[in-house]
Structures are given as C-alpha cells and as structure tokens.
Design a protein around this ligand. Structure first.
Ligand code: PMP
Length: 284
C-alpha cells in the first residue's frame, strides 16, 4: 500500500502521524472522498474545489485545486488502483504544533491521500431499497464545511447499523437536514424535493449532480426547499445521495414503509442515469 504524504508517495508503514498533529488532537482539518470508476475519477474537480473551500472556511491554506487534482491523479497511477474501481481519501490537517486551542499562524498543513477499494453497496440495496432511521441533528451549525470532526455522524451511523438500517437521517427544529454521510431527496407528485444547501448541510457533489445534470436530462424539476419531518414520513419516494451511497432508494423509515414499499419509477430512473454517467461496472 502506498500513501501520499505532503507531496511524497511513501509506503503505508512509513506514513506516521505526529502526536501533536492538530488533526489528531482537535479534529482540526477537512477531507474529501472521491470515487474512481475503472481508473477514471468522477467529479474530481468538484471534490478538490470543495476541499480548498472547506479549508478556507476554517483558515487553512492549501495548494490550489488544480495542483491537488494533478497530485491525486499522479498518486492514483502509483497505487494498485490505476484501472480499478476505487475510492480516494484526501485529508488536510492544519499541521503540527504544541497543543493549544488557538492555532499559531503559518502552520504547514499536512496533506495525505489514501486509495482503497470502492467497496460498492450490494446490488440488492439499489434494486430493493433500504431502511433508514431518524434522529435529531446534534451537530454544529457549520455543516457545509467537510470537517474531519465527525463524532455526531459516526454515532448516528452506528445507531443506524444497530437498527439494521443503512443510514440515519437527521432533523433540526422539525425539518430534515441530511444523512450522517449522505443527502436526502423525496419525490412527491412527480416533483423532486431536497433541502436547500444552507449552512446546516453538506452540499453533496452527488446531490449537485442530481440537481444540475440528471434531473434536467430526465425532464424533472428539483425544488430546493425545507422538508418538514412529517412530510418525509409520508413521502411517496425517498432516496439518498453520496459518493459511495450513489443513488440509494429508501423503502422504510423507522418502522414505517415508504409508499408501496417498492422502489419508485423516478428514483429508478435517476439511479440508472447516475450509473450511466459514472460508468460503474461491478467487479472491476
Ligand atoms: N452529507 C454528509 C454529512 C456527508 O458526509 C456526505 C458524504 N461525504 C454527503 C452529504 C454526500 O456528499 P457527496 O455527494 O459529495 O459524497
């Protein structure tokens, strides 16, 4: 296994974290996960631009998105994933400094990348749909930043797994926000609705792909508006979006069946269009 570490490609066992790395001590950093389909990156530009944006929002200076794109492509070529389905994890931590809440100016960020297998969800999840649970959103109010501080998200995902559910979808003040690692859409009377990209959600690149590319191509309008929790519970169709989630139909919310319990026509079409766009081939 090879790791990208501040511009160098090194062996996994040589990649070490300093115990005073602020990412390690304070979750002081940002990240991205990018899918590669048979070696071809999917929306790599968008991910690297979001990484630079997230870093900027917490006062971390990174190399340009163009530089990061070049570095990521070059790194992937050096791994065993050059022509496979893979995911690339990219993390930027503020850097190493003697532990103190206020960070010193001018720290050198620590940038790491790690390639791994894509590990797509089983095909039956996409064909039959999955269950989700609902939870209160206990996160901070700057969820538009893709921060490595993910405690509420990991605890929510664990609760979902314990309930045999794929995802935990959160709500704040009576309105749904997003899943612990995905965005959410509902379909009502041929209209696709998703919560707006406020500070309370991460504006997913898969979400944006549905809004900008897939829905218009299929002739659907997407409305970005707040969705009350009770509207979610009576929605006819529900689906999740995310880099590793892809387009995931939801057929059960807590103990309640969604619609007739089958994957709806619009959801199926969007899933199919997404697969065509990414060029995903199972087993590669
Ligand atoms: N929301 C959260 C909280 C996430 O962690 C993710 C996955 N990174 C998403 C939404 C989906 O974003 P994307 O489509 O860019 O993977």
């Amino acid at each position: 296994d090879k790791i990208y570490y501040n511009g160098n490609i090194i062996k996994r066992e040589d990649a070490k974290v300093d115990i005073e790395d602020r990412g390690y001590q304070f979750a002081d950093g940002v990240y991205e996960v990018v899918a590669f389909y048979q070696g071809e990156p999917f929306t790599l530009e968008e991910h690297m631009e979001r990484l630079v944006f997230s870093a900027g929002e917490i006062d971390i200076e990174t190399p340009s998105a163009e530089t990061l794109i070049k570095e990521a492509k070059n790194y992937m070529q050096e791994t065993g994933y050059a022509d496979r389905n893979a995911k690339l994890y990219v993390q930027v931590s503020r850097g190493v400094a003697s532990r103190s809440h206020a960070y010193p100016d001018g720290l050198e960020p620590v940038i790491i990348m790690k390639a791994g297998p894509l590990n797509p969800n089983p095909e039956e999840y996409f064909q039959e749909g999955v269950k989700i649970i609902t939870l209160p959103d206990e996160r901070w109010s700057r969820c538009y930043i893709k921060s490595i501080a993910l405690l509420p998200n990991i605890l929510a995902k664990k609760k979902a797994k314990q309930a045999d559910a794929y995802e935990a979808v959160m709500s704040r003040d009576g309105f749904i926000t997003e899943g612990s690692s995905s965005n959410i859409f509902i379909v009502e009377d041929d209209t696709i609705i998703t919560p707006p990209a406020t500070n309370y959600i991460l504006n997913g690149i898969t979400r944006q792909t549905v809004i900008d590319r897939l829905a218009p191509e299929l002739g659907y309008e997407v409305i970005e508006e707040s969705i009350p929790y009770y509207t979610l519970l009576k929605a006819e169709q529900v689906f999740l979006t995310g880099t590793t989630t892809e387009i995931m139909p939801v057929v059960q919310i807590n103990d309640k069946v969604v619609g007739d319990g089958k994957v709806g026509a619009e959801t199926k079409e969007i899933f199919k269009a997404f697969r065509e766009l990414t060029g995903f081939v199972r087993g590669k």
